[in-house]
Design a protein around this ligand. Structure first.
Ligand code: UDX
Length: 436
């Protein structure tokens, strides 16, 4: 099929390359000229394992190309909307203006029947408004259909999650749209990936509620970690105990510095805001608490760090390992690691950050922090080492080697995943969160 993908960020670029992998002819359209140039030359403007190879394969196969002009999308049979819906600067709600402008540019070019498919995470009810605008602005009118097909990919696993999703959700209002989506995803459905066909509002809510549930699970175990800190109990053992219960499950039940990134924080806030607008805000009051528990993790790490270095950061050197919001990503949006690094610096410490992939993005966002080219350089002369993003290379560190360059052997493992016995044996004072 001929497909356009509008918006080529983490979601759109991955989706476009994976559609080409499944045999479709795809054009990715983005207003950002630099991004389009990079993608057209086979360079990924962000870090995502496996994606650059896939991009190069399909630029070469001729099934994938990129453009800045929406006219290049005009003759596609299916148009996927993959633009961002960030949090609005003035409220907790999501900003859907990028979607609105994509529709405004695309609709006047649609002269024959086709399907426009929203993938972005949106407040429930957005699709209906967009659909009306689409029908009004398109020369083909109501022959242009709208569907919603939320995307559940995780950064760091974007290619795998897109090629082999746990499920596909088709939010449609007519059987032709469902048939078109089944053709787009015929490879996955042939593999047995479950398809759930829903109404459009249900599909909009599918993504919002999945992310709210994941955030709740993380904050739940972090609340338990607070209780552990108050009682001397061990959250790692509790994760094991709860995780073995198949009704609860082990994943997303890991206590630490909490969640960040471009999705979970803004998606729970958008759901709270939308529920309030719809008169059911009371049902989601707990989600505000999920947000508060999560943000308190950052404060807890700052407070514990200050306590560990002697109740004041002034004159202290702090090494921060990790800047991305999670490993295998260079994304620093709402990064818990950078939030902690920034707060500690503002309280008088000299903070040096190292991250395997996110230094450039971190420097742009927090230019006043110091950045190192390696873990050893970041830890040189440190009074405290903070482990804030669990990159595999930090877990593989040799604590004995690190002890040669630090001023003191103090480590706070805010992701609760270093081998603490090894660190203690190498002479370090190891502290985790929710562990005695
Ligand atoms: C999330 C959803 O998982 C994905 O389905 C959706 O499409 C987009 O939002 P992503 O933001 O890429 O994906 O990251 P995810 O792997 O969900 O991690 C989110 C945050 O939670 C990270 O900061 C991570 O460190 C944290 N986390 C995750 C925990 O603190 N504990 C856990 O047990 C799991």
């Amino acid at each position: 099929m001929r497909i356009s993908v509008i918006g080529t960020g983490y979601l759109g670029a991955t989706h476009a390359a994976c559609l080409a992998e499944h045999g479709h002819f795809v054009v990715g359209v983005d207003t950002d000229k630099e991004k389009v140039t990079a993608l057209s030359e086979g360079r990924l403007p962000f870090f995502e394992p496996g994606l650059e190879e896939l991009l190069q394969t399909h630029l070469a196969s001729g099934r994938l190309r990129f453009a800045t002009d929406m006219v290049d999308a005009a003759d596609a049979d299916v148009h996927f909307l993959c633009v961002g819906t960030p949090q609005r600067p003035d409220s907790m709600a999501a900003d859907v203006t990028f979607l609105e402008s994509a529709i405004e540019q695309l609709a006047p070019l649609l002269e024959r029947p086709c399907l426009v498919v929203g993938k972005s995470t949106v407040p429930v009810g957005t699709a209906q408004r967009l659909g009306e605008r689409l029908a009004r602005l398109s020369p083909a009118g109501r022959a242009v259909r709208l569907a919603w097909n939320p995307e559940f990919l995780r950064e760091g696993f974007a290619v795998q999650d897109t090629l082999h999703p746990d499920r596909l959700v088709f939010g449609v209002s007519d059987s032709d749209s469902e048939a078109t989506l089944r053709s787009v995803y015929s490879t996955q459905t042939a593999w047995g990936v479950p398809v759930i066909v829903t109404s459009i509002p249900t599909a909009e809510l599918a993504k919002a509620s999945a992310n709210a549930f994941l955030a709740t699970k993380i904050s739940f175990i972090n609340a338990v970690a607070e209780l552990c800190d108050a009682t001397g109990a061990n959250v790692l053992d509790l994760e094991e105990v709860l995780g073995h219960d198949s009704r609860i499950g082990r994943r997303f039940l890991h206590a630490g510095l909490g969640f960040g990134g471009g999705c979970l924080p803004k998606d729970i806030r958008s759901l709270i805001a939308r529920a309030g607008e719809l008169g059911v805000g009371h049902a989601f009051a707990f989600l505000s608490e999920v947000d508060v528990v999560n943000m308190r993790r950052r404060q807890r790490v700052v407070d514990l760090s200050r306590q560990l270095v002697g109740e004041s950061f002034i004159g202290r050197n702090v090494a921060v390992l990790g800047a991305a919001f999670k490993p295998d990503s260079d994304d620093v949006r709402d990064s818990p690691a950078l939030n902690v690094a920034g707060q500690i610096q503002l309280q008088g410490a000299h903070v040096t950050v190292f991250d395997p992939k996110a230094i450039d993005n971190a420097r742009r966002l927090f230019p006043t922090l110091s950045y190192a080219g390696s873990t050893l350089e970041a830890c040189d002369g440190a009074d405290l080492v903070l482990h804030l993003t669990e990159w595999p290379e930090f877990r593989a560190l040799d604590p004995g080697e690190l002890a040669q360059v630090t001023r003191r052997q103090l480590v706070l493992d805010a992701r609760n995943c270093l081998d603490q016995q090894r660190w203690r044996e190498a002479g370090w004072l190891y502290r985790g969160l929710g562990q005695p």
